[in-house]
Design a binder for this molecule. Structure first.
Ligand SMILES: C[S@@+](CC[C@H](N)C(=O)[O-])C[C@H]1O[C@@H](n2cnc3c(N)ncnc32)[C@H](O)[C@@H]1O
Length: 230
């Protein structure tokens, strides 16, 4: 995201070492200008490797520097505590070992979607689920509220090894949603802009088209409330 808060910028500048997990190489370059001792956590991702293993390696790399007594900053894109496992785990680990650690909030894709799609979550309510968890578990959906499905770009990846989804898996998601929402219900594929001059993707489609859409690792699916037809 292009929305770095002043306090996050200050933490990055003052750290002895900065680990980054960012959404664009431009953001990575900018952070390197703020602090040249920057290391990319993206190197731990690998095709076919479980993301749980990747997160363990990220935590180990960060904790290695914490245990060496350094002032460590780990910068994750968006809000580090939103749909992100490693930032929560590494703070828990550091505190358990007696180190001082805290999380600075950031501007999440969630914040951007409220602005770009003119949604006030307080109006009808808003439910958030990780897409695969929604597909696999029996989540109670309240159709009169918004439903936001994160990580649709890896929908159905129970092994946590994929970096894309398939038409078949999106078809299963569509089928599950179709038990609640009609085929012609409007849903929104949302990708907030991560660069200053780029427009956000706000693609409105009917639910019945969901299996054939393009998704990326940045796509979030927004399902507006089901309104009673008068
Ligand atoms: C691992 S989560 C990280 C979210 C991040 N911590 C945040 O606060 O935005 C990745 C998911 O966040 C959502 N996401 C990430 N970048 C996005 C963007 N530019 N626009 C919309 N959603 C995005 C997508 O659902 C994506 O699959």
């Amino acid at each position: 995201m292009v929305h770095m808060t002043p306090i996050s910028k200050q933490q990055i500048e003052q750290a002895d070492i900065v680990f980054i997990a960012v959404a664009s190489s431009l953001m990575g370059s900018w952070i390197k200008e703020l602090n040249p001792n920057t290391h990319d956590l993206g190197q731990y991702y690998q095709s076919g490797k479980s993301r749980l293993e990747t997160y363990k390696e990220m935590i180990a790399a960060i904790m290695h520097e914490v245990r060496a007594g350094k002032n460590v900053c780990a910068a994750f894109y968006g809000h580090p505590g939103v749909f992100a496992l490693a930032p929560h785990r590494v703070i828990e680990t550091a505190k358990r070992e007696g180190f001082e650690a805290h999380m600075e909030p950031g501007i999440s894709a969630e914040d951007c979607l409220y602005a770009d799609l003119a949604i006030d979550p307080g109006r009808f309510g808003c439910q958030h689920y990780e897409t695969t968890q929604y597909m696999v578990h029996n989540k109670n959906i309240e159709p009169s509220a918004y439903l936001v499905l994160w990580q649709i770009g890896i929908a159905g990846d129970q092994e946590l090894t994929e970096f894309e989804t398939t038409e078949e898996k999106l078809g299963l998601l569509k089928k599950k949603l179709n038990a609640i929402y009609p085929e012609d219900h409007e849903v929104i594929l949302y990708e907030s802009s991560t660069l200053l001059l780029k427009e956000s993707r706000i693609e409105k489609i009917q639910l019945q088209q969901l299996a054939n859409v393009e998704t990326s690792l940045e796509t979030t699916l927004v399902i507006p409330p089901l309104r009673k037809k008068s």
